[in-house]
Design a protein around this ligand. Structure first.
Ligand code: NAD
Length: 456
């Protein structure tokens, strides 16, 4: 069988990475987006966001002629045997459910222009039941008699590791309704499976129904979010009891039933996925009449929000700020905020704890100076009122307090002796428990982590 021609509808973090990586695997690929600036950048070989390793692959595959980008629905519909829908599904403005308007416009725009039978595969994270609805949209809008079909194949990539995650996924989930759809989807994944075979790896493939495929993704995110909030709740208890959450996490993580990953206490989770997926999952469960079953996710969300305010409290405690009913008053104290992105190795500031805390510090009167290795452009667009510094040293210079809020290697590796000479006060809040406590305290800093002993 010749390789099917693939399109990726929506070329954001997910779709652009997929388009590039699948071209790298040998497929002919067309990326489509309604954002003309994004398509122009990608066509010029420029990745419009930070993702390690992606730019080289983009330029290689553009040059090889396997990869193109367009803003034309008609060209996209005509090109593809399989269309992957990778558009955003943000939280709705008026409640906690998922906004499916981008999915609707993408699917409708595409379906209307189909010229032959094709498979439309949802990759966006959606509430359970969406695939059924998308199939109805396709049936309604595609020219009669084409028999276009829908499948759902949720995505688990992590920003910062996206190239590796797409080329070498931990599993493939395929929600399908027919043998034809299963065969087509398997042809689309042949490149990934062949690569795994060459590298003598196994990639588990779970072929299932629409609803299970959709739920796998939100269940996985709910589990990960719960694990993070669990350890952050333990950090609160450790603080009250005088225990150390890092040691606790290490000790429980040795149990293979628990595992050590996602057990790092800190300022909590953020980004364009976990928070909104958690809320949309609860909203959907409510609609399905099983809201009670997911009530604990509300608590997971609350613990996460509390992790952000705990950082603020640590900062106020260290600076000995007056605290009234409206919260602490930082009285124009200069504070260096290190980190703006929701995680390292990304420029994504969507629902970022670091940026939310920076904004809260500023709203409470602090003179906030932010530095992030990759996220400054995006952060400045969201919070133009904050001061952004060109480097770590510029941010720290003259600051009374340093808050480390994203775990960039540049911050963990920074020399506390040198930074101590630049800062006006040697006070540090380690919102990611990523600094070497012994080294920082030896350099004269008063250190506060998250549920972590302040002394080595
Ligand atoms: P994003 O905002 O970076 O990209 C979405 C893209 O869709 C944008 O470029 C936008 O212009 C485009 N778009 C909107 N309407 C369109 C339309 N009608 N036709 C074509 N393009 C359109 O979002 P993202 O982070 O790539 O996420 C996309 C989906 O993937 C979401 O459902 C998200 O939850 C899911 N997801 C994301 C990740 C991740 O790490 N970013 C991981 C797994 C799943």
């Amino acid at each position: 069988m010749t390789l099917p021609r693939l399109t990726f509808v929506g070329t954001g973090y997910l779709g652009a990475t997929y388009a590039v990586c699948f071209a790298e695997l040998g497929y002919e690929v067309l990326g489509f987006d309604v954002d003309t600036a994004k398509i122009a950048a990608l066509s010029d070989g420029v990745v419009p966001f930070h993702e390690p390793g992606l730019g080289v692959l983009l330029r290689r595959n553009l040059a090889a002629g396997r990869l193109r980008f367009t803003t034309s629905y008609a060209e996209t519909a005509d090109f593809g045997d399989i269309h992957f829908v990778c558009v955003g599904t943000p939280q709705r403005a008026d409640d906690t459910g998922a906004d499916l308007s981008y999915v609707e416009s993408a699917v409708t725009g595409l379906a209307r222009r189909l010229t032959r039978k094709a498979l439309i595969v949802g990759k966006s994270t959606v509430p359970v039941g969406t695939a059924e609805w998308v199939q109805r949209l396709v049936d309604k809008h595609a020219p009669a008699g084409l028999g276009a079909e829908v499948a759902w194949s949720p995505e688990f990539l992590q920003e910062g590791f996206a190239v590796q995650d797409v080329l070498r996924p931990t599993r493939i989930v395929a929600g399908v309704r027919s043998d034809w759809a299963a065969t087509m989807l398997s042809a689309a994944h042949r490149g990934v499976l062949d690569l795994a075979a060459r590298e003598q790896r196994e990639v588990p493939v779970v072929v299932t129904d629409f609803a299970t495929a959709e739920l796998v993704k939100v269940a996985a995110n709910a589990f990960l979010a719960t694990k993070i909030s669990f350890i952050n709740a333990m950090a609160e208890v450790c603080e009250a009891a005088g225990a150390d959450v890092d040691q606790l996490a290490r000790a429980i993580g040795h149990d293979p039933r628990i595992g050590s990953r996602f057990l790092r206490a800190g300022a909590g989770f953020g980004g364009g996925c976990l928070p909104k997926d958690l809320r949309a999952f609860q909203a959907r469960a409510q609609e399905l009449g099983v809201g009670e079953s997911l009530r604990f996710l509300h608590e997971v969300d609350l613990i996460n929000q509390r992790s952000r305010s705990r950082v603020l409290r640590r900062a106020a405690e260290l600076l000995d700020c007056p605290t009234g009913p409206a919260g602490p008053d930082f009285g124009n104290t200069r504070v260096a905020v290190l980190g703006a992105t929701f995680k390292p190795h990304s420029d994504d500031v969507r629902d970022s704890p670091a940026l939310a805390i920076a904004a809260a510090l500023s709203a409470s009167g602090a003179d906030v100076h932010v530095y992030d290795p990759e996220g400054m452009g995006n952060a400045a667009r969201v919070h133009p009122n904050l001061i952004f510094e060109p480097g770590l040293e510029e941010a720290v210079r003259g600051s009374e307090l340093v808050c480390v809020l994203t775990e960039w290697p540049e911050f963990s590796a920074a020399d506390p002796v040198h930074l101590g000479r630049l800062a006006a006060g040697r006070l540090v809040v380690d919102g990611r428990n990523c600094l070497d406590v012994a080294a920082w305290t030896a350099a004269g800093w008063r250190y506060r982590g998250m549920g972590r002993h302040a002394e080595p």
